[in-house]
Design a protein around this ligand. Structure first.
Ligand SMILES: O=C(O)CCC(=O)C(=O)O
Length: 256
């Protein structure tokens, strides 16, 4: 771990204001390259074990259909509950300090995901609002910390956000036929909303409010675009009306 990794990063008032007005904020340099490499090694090992045991009925959801000729995982769920290294990252004081300065003191990780987005075809993530999936008791009490395990660029499929959509409602989402988990914003709403790119350097963190529209496109580059998304909530918040089933027992208190 870097010598200064315990030092807090103080967000300026204008950065906090931006987060609350625009619905997302990128903070570079929260982690160093070696911390990210260590995390990648750990999740790659877990990914191999997961693939070996993946039942055939779940393959189409977890394997990236965009990458031809190779079996590449698209995502893994709840690394914070399964991998000690990810839980350690979730508890990192620099990260937690940033999360708490945006949503308030006392936070938990409720759900988490690794997004792999492999080179030469790693698939897109359609536009959605996390709060539609989570159905939280307080929409303002949910924040995603999206940690860039690689440089995330326009070429390899960085996130795009709908600026200011955090201030609007949570819209009904739809799923394509045969993909019940792939809930997304309907095109008639999305067509009215410009989306702006948010590249993040490796070790940086992109924070977004649970209502903020976000999406990513395919990775057509030769480089990986891996990320670890930690979905934090203030401790008083529950996923009361989730669109998909969540294991509430995996909510892990990070600070009191
Ligand atoms: O990494 C991606 O492409 C999607 C991320 C996402 O949907 C999230 O972090 O909530």
């Amino acid at each position: 771990m870097a010598a200064d990794s315990e030092n807090v990063i103080n967000l300026s008032d204008s950065a906090k204001f931006m987060y609350h007005q625009v619905g997302h904020l990128t903070v570079p340099g929260v982690f160093d390259a070696e911390q990210m490499n260590e995390l990648v090694r750990d999740i790659e090992q877990w990914g191999e074990e997961f693939l070996d045991e993946l039942p055939s009925e779940k393959r189409s959801w977890y394997i990236d259909g965009g990458i031809k000729g190779k079996t590449v995982l698209r995502k893994l769920d709840n690394p914070h509950a399964h991998r000690a290294k990810v839980l350690n990252i979730a508890k990192n004081p620099r990260l937690v300090g940033l999360v708490e300065s945006l949503v308030g003191r006392g936070v938990s990780v409720y759900f988490s995901q690794i997004f792999f987005k492999g080179p030469e075809g790693g698939g897109p993530k359609p536009a959605h609002q996390d709060n539609f999936y989570f159905g939280p008791t307080d929409i303002k009490g949910v924040i995603t910390a999206w940690i860039a395990l690689d440089d995330s660029t326009l070429e390899n499929g960085c996130l795009y956000f709908g600026d200011g959509t955090n201030l609007g409602p949570v819209y009904q989402h739809r799923a394509p036929k045969d993909e019940p988990y792939n809930l997304q914003l309907p095109s008639e709403i999305l067509n009215l909303q410009p989306m702006s790119p948010a590249p993040v350097p490796k070790g940086g963190v992109s924070f977004h409010h649970g209502n903020t529209f976000h999406q990513s496109s395919s990775n057509l580059s030769t480089k990986w675009r891996r990320a670890c998304a930690l979905h934090f909530v203030r401790n008083d918040v529950e996923f009361a009306n989730p669109a998909l089933p969540y294991d509430h027992g995996l909510k892990r208190k990070i600070t009191s």
